[in-house]
Design a binder for this molecule. Sequence first.
Ligand SMILES: NC(=O)c1ccc[n+]([C@@H]2O[C@H](COP(=O)([O-])OP(=O)(O)OC[C@H]3O[C@@H](n4cnc5c(N)ncnc54)[C@H](OP(=O)(O)O)[C@@H]3O)[C@@H](O)[C@H]2O)c1
Length: 267
Amino acid sequence: MDTPKVVLITGASTGIGKACAEYLGARGYRVYGTSRRGPESPTATGPFTMIRMDITDNASVKKGVDTIAGREGRIDVAFNNAGAHVVGPIEDVSIADAETSLQTNFFGALRVCKAVIPLMRAAGGGSIINMSSVGGVLSLPYQGIYGAGKFALEGMTEALRVEVRHFGIRVSVIEPGDIRTQDCRSVSFATSAYEPWFSTAVKLYEADEKKGYPPEKIGPLVEHIMNSPNPKLHYSFGRAFQSMVPFLKRVTPQRLAQWLFCQMYKT
Ligand SMILES: NC(=O)c1ccc[n+]([C@@H]2O[C@H](COP(=O)([O-])OP(=O)(O)OC[C@H]3O[C@@H](n4cnc5c(N)ncnc54)[C@H](OP(=O)(O)O)[C@@H]3O)[C@@H](O)[C@H]2O)c1
């Protein structure tokens, strides 16, 4: 690698973001991981550098991006990975929890995109990779608020990709199935009306997560996308069945899909 790419990864204190930052850092890229709990000033953490950035806060995003650009002169890749997962019946999830989830999953990624695009345009190009989910393609029961944020992210990504291609900026979205991490999850317990369906669905989700892909596998995919001259818009990722969900959703009649859903989640 002649000039190593400068890579910004949000949500790199744990899980997928941390695994990806470690992988790319070890491969020689100049990686900056961010999180709310990150250090005030850039601090080396193994093969990458951590810095504080709360993606729900305009000033924090600006400060983080300015700091990285000030040190490196550019940001070649932005991986919008940070997420906030809320689980619960839509009736029971508080508006405050729903706002936090959308502020992180959608507006957070949007803030980072708006901050890095001018830098990438000035540099003649770059790569933006947004972290969606199978839940951004198929809104799962009791994960409807999470799905709403990821659907919004998918919609924004699709349009952004066309808008910025004139500047050499490539935009893609990853739609993983279950990955074995903490998964930014906060469970909102059902008040009662949704029992026992809610508890059954949560048990199924937890069982699926235990069988999930190891987060270490995401690094090679991100490296492939960021170095591809013409990456795809959507990338599936995960166990065989889950990675087929986006395709299955397109080809399955809606009534049949809903029926299968109810059978799968016993709801
Ligand atoms: N795990 C899965 O099965 C799975 C499947 C599909 C998609 N995903 C997606 O993958 C991404 C990462 O998930 P994960 O499983 O690795 O979760 P995780 O281990 O809980 O990591 C979430 C990361 O986001 C950061 N974060 C949360 N809110 C933030 C904010 N306001 N500003 C900046 N950073 C923030 C957290 O750091 P701090 O708490 O320090 O801020 C943490 O580093 C998410 O977008 C998630 O939706 C996960």
